[in-house]
Structure formats: structure tokens, C-alpha cells
Design a protein around this ligand. Structure first.
Ligand code: PLP
Length: 408
């Protein structure tokens, strides 16, 4: 049997792939820690982290070990059976959070689908079919399935896929009056991100969160926190809700949970979970032993004071460098976010130009993200070496100078 694969290049993408992505001109082939290398051997420092997924960097030895150990034991058994890694990971998540029950899936969107189905089901069982309305926030992002893309508050992602599912409305984020006006006895759930990630790294106002919690309780609506991006240590706590003093009824998480291996989870309390009786929901791959073995290793490493406390220290280094860049250039109007989810908001003169900064950063050898057209987003590994931060921010500073001189 030959393991030889055909030689491929970026140009092949346009020949064989559905054109819904516009990948960079180079193809990464290898990663270690916070560095990646492309086909030509060029090295880049990675502050994008696979969009907040590679929470422990690339090819962390403990994750490689967990994956390869499990690969030699048992890959998949279906949900006709449970399995040891899934039970171990569920116990860890229950021990570490408000939750008492866990459902595993494979992506953020699927975890949100499960959360929203659970909320509808609970309301249906307790109050009848009329209590089915879901309130979400404008500019939110909750995934790309037909339902979650409509729950998300960005029409650019949901337009053209109609008819839209019914029972979903959107209110402005951080707007107490708008939430008070929207919520009523028909509301079964409010879903929100503790920090709006995709649309600009915008943190929730604590007073707003507190009021949303009260309103949900008054109206028998469930509060869902979408922590797909903020979860698993990203903000310096295992989950961002721990900073807020507000406890959700349902929490979804995904991105960093597998450190790059696909896995997601929906967490909730027993009195809610019990409504998803046998046969009401499922997934073939969710909770499979490979994914859960990696998830166990991720939680074992990240849910420790050493890693969680290190997030704030690393964030401070990046923020200080962004401040230096801004003192020199004035390209930012604000640096916001929490922990290692950092948004550098472009100043008036640079509105809409985040793409220019990304392209220049890549040329300078550092990978960063956008969060909408006006924000440059940093979501590096939670264990990124301070030396990599220093060198990467140096490269980013060069990139910013490059953008400025090219525009002059
Ligand atoms: C990325 C993201 C999702 C979607 O996750 P997928 O794994 O792409 O389905 C949902 N919600 C938030 C907040 C996200 O950042």
C-alpha cells in the first residue's frame, strides 16, 4: 500500500473546493507551539490560533500523546454505547462549572442547535407550544447551520437562504431597554455571547447581563451563553461567565475545547437536561472517544492556576505592545476584550481597513485575525511563550508601519 499523496498547491483550491472560503496564498504544513511553517519552509508566528481554537498552540506534546494513545485503543463506538473518555470529560466539566449535565457534539453551531432545541423543548413541556420565541442580539454570531445562522444577528450570513425559520428576534447588544421591550411570556430563551467575538470583540456590560438574567427569570425564559469562542480559558477563567457573576441556564463551548480536534459541548442543569429524553436529540460523532480523549488533556492543562493566571500576564504583554504601536502611529481608537481575546479597534482614518493590516501582518510573518472590517483580533495560544509574543508583536509593528507608508 502506498501512502504517497499527489503534490498539491494553493492553486488547486480553486479547482477542487467549493469557493465559500478565500484562503491565504500559502499553505501551512506544520506547526509547533506558536509557530507554523508553510510549503516553502517560511515560518510564521501564530496569534490567530485557528480562530481561537488552538488554545495550547500547535502539536502540544500532551495533546499529541492523548490523541495517539486513544487512536491505538478505540476510535468510535456510536451512541449505542458510552465510552470512558466522554464520561471522564463530562465529569471534569460538571466539576468545574455550574452545570450538572453535558451533551457533546462536534462544532459550535451544533452545540448551539442543541441548546436552542433544549430551550424550545423545556418551554414546550412546561408551558405549551406558544412559548417558542428566541431573543438574540444584533451582530451576534452563533454558527452557520440554517437555524443558528438565523439566530445570529448578521444578515450578511443569513440572507439568501430563505425562508427563514420563525420565532427568532434580535435586539441591540448591551441595551437594557431593548431587552425589556422584547422579552415577554412567549420568550423561551435569550442567547448571547459574553463577548461578541466575530463582530468585533465587544464585551457585555455587566449591568446588562444582570438585567437580562432577571428578565429571563421573570418571564420563565432560559438564558443561554454562547461561549464557543470565550470558553476554555480564553478570558483567563475556564468560562467567561465566571467573571460576570451571572450564571446561565445553558452554556455552549467548542473552539478551544479540542485544541484543534473537533468537539463541542452543551452544559446545563439536571432539571433542564431531563427534557431531552431518549430519542429527542442526537449526533453520530458527538462525544466520540478520540475527541473526548483530546478534550480531557486540554482541560487537564488549561484548568490550572498556572495556565489561567498566565493568560492575564500574556494579555498584558500584547496590550502593552499594542499601546506602543498606537503611541507611535495612532491607528487604534481602543484596545478591548478580555484575557487573550483582544480586539484592536481601528481609528477613524482606518475604518474598514482591517484586511490591510492582516495582509501586511502575514507578509511580516505574523498571523492575526479580523473581527469585522474595523477590528484586528488577537487570539493566540494561552501558553504562547513571552519571547514569541515579543517577536510577533515586533513583526506586527513592522506591518502597521508598512500599511501606513503604503497609504502615504
Ligand atoms: C465560531 C463560533 C460559533 C460557530 O462554531 P462552529 O464550530 O464554526 O460551528 C458559534 N458561536 C460563536 C460565539 C463562535 O465564535
Amino acid at each position: 500500500m502506498s501512502t504517497e499523496q499527489p503534490a498539491v498547491a494553493r492553486a488547486d483550491f480553486d479547482q477542487v473546493m467549493v469557493p465559500n472560503y478565500a484562503p491565504a496564498a500559502f499553505v501551512p504544513v506544520r506547526g509547533a507551539g506558536s509557530r507554523v511553517w508553510d510549503q516553502s519552509g517560511r515560518e510564521l508566528i501564530d496569534f490567530a490560533g485557528g480562530i481561537a481554537v488552538n488554545g495550547l498552540g500547535h502539536c502540544h506534546p500532551a495533546l499529541v500523546q492523548a490523541l495517539t494513545d486513544q487512536a491505538g485503543k478505540l476510535w468510535h463506538v456510536s451512541n449505542v454505547f458510552t465510552n470512558e473518555p466522554a464520561l471522564q470529560l463530562a465529569k471534569k466539566l460538571v466539576d468545574a462549572t455550574f452545570a450538572e449535565r453535558v451533551f457533546f457534539a462536534n462544532s459550535g453551531a451544533e452545540a448551539n442547535e442543541a441548546a436552542l432545541k433544549l430551550a424550545r423543548r423545556v418551554a414546550h413541556d412546561r408551558f405549551g407550544t406558544d412559548k417558542c420565541e428566541i431573543i438574540s442580539t444584533l451582530d451576534s454570531f452563533h454558527g452557520r447551520t440554517l437555524f443558528t445562522v438565523n439566530v445570529g444577528g448578521q444578515p450578511k450570513y443569513s440572507d439568501g437562504f430563505g425562508p427563514r425559520p420563525a420565532g427568532i428576534s434580535h435586539v441591540p447588544y448591551n441595551d437594557i431597554a431593548a431587552m425589556e421591550a422584547a422579552i415577554n411570556e412567549q420568550t423561551c430563551a435569550v442567547i448571547l455571547e459574553p463577548i461578541q467575538g466575530e463582530s468585533g470583540v465587544l464585551p457585555a456590560d455587566p449591568a446588562w447581563l444582570q438585567r437580562v438574567r432577571e428578565l429571563c427569570d421573570q418571564h420563565n425564559a432560559l438564558l443561554i451563553f454562547d461561549e464557543v469562542q470565550t470558553g476554555v480559558g480564553r478570558t483567563g477563567k475556564l468560562f467567561a461567565y465566571e467573571h460576570t457573576g451571572v450564571i446561565p441556564d445553558i452554556l455552549t463551548t467548542a473552539k478551544s475545547l479540542g485544541g484543534g480536534f473537533p468537539i463541542s459541548a452543551m452544559l446545563t442543569r439536571e432539571e433542564l437536561a431531563k427534557h431531552l429524553v431518549v430519542g429527542t436529540h442526537g449526533t453520530t460523532f458527538g462525544g466520540n472517544p478520540l475527541a473526548c480523549a483530546v478534550g480531557n488533556a486540554v482541560i487537564d492543562i488549561i484548568n490550572t492556576p498556572a495556565v489561567l493566571d498566565g493568560v492575564g500576564e500574556r494579555a498584558a504583554l500584547i496590550r502593552a505592545q499594542l499601546q506602543n504601536i498606537n503611541d507611535e502611529t495612532g491607528v487604534f481608537s481602543q484596545i478591548r476584550g478580555q484575557g487573550l481575546l483582544i480586539g484592536a479597534v481601528l481609528s477613524d482614518a482606518w475604518q474598514g481597513k482591517a484586511g490591510l493590516f492582516l495582509a501586511a501582518a502575514e507578509k511580516a510573518g505574523v498571523l492575526v485575525l479580523m473581527a469585522g472590517p474595523n477590528v484586528v483580533r488577537f487570539a493566540p495560544s494561552l501558553v504562547v511563550e513571552p519571547a514569541d509574543i515579543a517577536e510577533g508583536m515586533q513583526r506586527f509593528a513592522d506591518a502597521v508601519r508598512q500599511v501606513i507608508s503604503a497609504a502615504a
